[in-house]
Ligand binder design. Structure first.
Ligand SMILES: NC(=O)c1ccc[n+]([C@@H]2O[C@H](COP(=O)([O-])OP(=O)(O)OC[C@H]3O[C@@H](n4cnc5c(N)ncnc54)[C@H](OP(=O)(O)O)[C@@H]3O)[C@@H](O)[C@H]2O)c1
Length: 312
């Protein structure tokens, strides 16, 4: 049986976390239209109840609203919760102090003194090079305001560079947060997964349900998708037709294990080893279902079959 915890450098995280981009974001996800604060608070509670006590946010999600909501929800639970947030390298953030200031603002919104993981959202350099950026992050580890350092959307080469700069301060790079799912497997081919394994860096798999596609609820006949996904070819009738064999296999395995297609898709990611999926959830039902992606295990033969099918 898989453990529900994973050692990530000096901390332990649940093997599955909850992504909170949709909490407060109306631009992409339509927060405030068919779901709002009540629904995401219920999602938070359901996730915690189900043992998914790790939440991924970012200063840019809902322009700070996601962090604010989490800060509010944290006050209403006595459970130990771990939070990952992200620094966005904006062009005008050109000196080391900018990192500390951004972290202070995130901690204020979260109403915390420390986060489990602080990640660089994108590998942009602009006027602050990676060396200065990593030095600033290492300084925050020493100050105790962050427990581990991560990057996001970094290539294999960029990951190695960040790892080397951090090593100068005896701070190990903990994670690279990248897009990874049964439908988006490029990290297996572009060197990111191999490099992460070599360096002992955990992969945080974002969009692990491919923005809802792997739940099987969108079909060529039923495409009432909201927001920016309307113009994504993956959500077109042709795009949805193309993924039918995978959805059918997820349903078949779901019947075998008494799980849903989303839970099978998330368990496949966990089965890759040292991968933490962070599915988004807009309400309690989705959070509870997604948390059920952990706590059980697909057989190695079923993992292999799914891998072969989704690679076609
Ligand atoms: N670092 C980065 O650059 C980056 C980029 C993207 C995401 N992320 C992180 O990764 C997290 C997850 O990624 P994501 O939100 O893009 O995609 P995702 O987790 O693949 O999909 C989330 C969406 O799928 C639908 N859904 C989720 N669970 C469901 C369920 N059990 N049943 C039915 N529908 C369900 C919901 O939308 P509908 O109900 O509207 O279909 C939900 O908002 C984000 O919240 C964020 O924390 C990071």
């Amino acid at each position: 049986m898989q453990s529900n915890q994973l050692s990530v450098r000096n901390i332990h995280l649940p093997i599955l976390g909850i992504g909170t981009w949709a909490w407060g974001d109306n631009l992409f996800w339509g927060y405030g239209s068919n779901y709002g604060e009540k629904e995401v608070q219920e999602a938070f509670n359901a996730a915690v109840e189900a043992g998914a006590t790790f939440f991924d946010t970012a200063e840019v999600y809902g322009l700070g609203e996601s962090e604010k909501l989490i800060g509010k929800f944290l006050k209403q639970t006595s459970q130990p919760i771990q939070i990952a947030t992200k620094y966005f390298p904006l062009p005008w953030r050109f000196n080391q102090d900018a990192v500390g200031e951004a972290l202070t603002a995130s901690l204020d919104r979260l109403d915390l003194e420390q986060v489990a993981l602080y990640q660089v959202h994108m590998p942009f350099d602009f006027f602050m090079g990676q060396e200065t950026l990593m030095k600033a992050l290492a300084t925050e580890v020493k100050k105790g305001r962050i427990l581990t350092v991560g990057v996001s959307n970094y290539s294999a080469k960029q990951m190695q560079q960040a790892y080397d700069y951090l090593a100068n301060y005896n701070v190990p790079l903990a994670v690279n947060q990248v897009r990874y799912s049964l439908l988006t497997r490029s990290i297996e081919r572009n060197g990111i997964l191999d490099k992460a394994r070599e360096l002992g860096v955990t992969i945080l798999a974002y969009s692990p349900l491919d923005q809802g596609l792997l739940t099987g609820k969108y079909t060529p006949e039923k495409r009432e998708v909201t927001g920016a996904r309307k113009i994504d070819p993956k959500f077109s009738a042709a795009g949805l037709k193309k993924i039918e064999p995978i959805i059918n296999q997820l349903k078949k395995l779901g019947e075998k294990y008494d799980k849903t297609p989303a839970q099978v898709a998330l368990n496949w990611l966990i089965a890759q080893g040292d991968v933490i999926p962070i599915p988004g959830a807009k309400n309690a039902r989705q959070a509870q279902e997604n948390a059920g992606g952990m706590g059980w295990q697909l057989s190695s033969e079923d993992v292999k079959q799914l891998s072969l099918l989704s690679n076609k």
